[in-house]
Write a protein that binds this ligand. Structure first.
Ligand SMILES: [Zn+2]
Length: 144
């Protein structure tokens, strides 16, 4: 089996949805291939991050009821961290897949890379602003 064929099965392999025969074929390929195990790892990381975000999304009422602000801040910080890791992994994986396509012209790849870089920088600046704002809020809270 080629890498392209294995890619289709990797998601099912993670979810243990494959038949025993299919899983064996995937495992056999993973042992001999240097690219696909890395791909599987990235896929598993992204999966795990998505699951954690879903798990850490309590309802609005739950947030209101939460009196322990320290715990809330830690959760939020952790949520941001997961979101950032998840975004980087997903976008990085998507771009890596795209960059590996031999059919796409180089110029187009550079163009797409520029757009990705722009979005990443925008995201980063918004993130920095949010962190600064949350610090200011805390300072205001201390003064009042
Ligand atoms: Zn492979």
């Amino acid at each position: 089996m080629s890498c392209k064929e294995i890619e289709v099965y990797l998601s099912g392999y993670l979810d243990r949805e494959l038949t025993q025969q299919e899983a064996q074929r995937v495992e056999l390929h993973l042992e001999t291939c240097s690219v696909c195990p890395q791909l599987l790892k990235e896929l598993a990381t992204a999966r795990e991050a998505t699951r954690k975000i879903e798990f850490r999304q309590p309802g609005k009422q739950e947030w209101k009821n939460m009196e322990n602000t320290i715990l809330e801040n830690i959760s939020r910080g952790f949520g941001w961290l997961i979101l950032v890791v998840w975004s980087i992994t997903t976008v990085g994986y998507a771009f890596f897949q795209y960059a590996m396509m031999p059919s796409e012209p180089l110029f187009q790849k550079i163009l797409v890379f520029g757009i990705f870089l722009g979005i990443a920088l925008l995201f980063f600046s918004v993130l920095c602003q949010r962190i600064r704002e949350s610090r200011t809020d805390r300072y205001k809270g201390v003064q009042q």
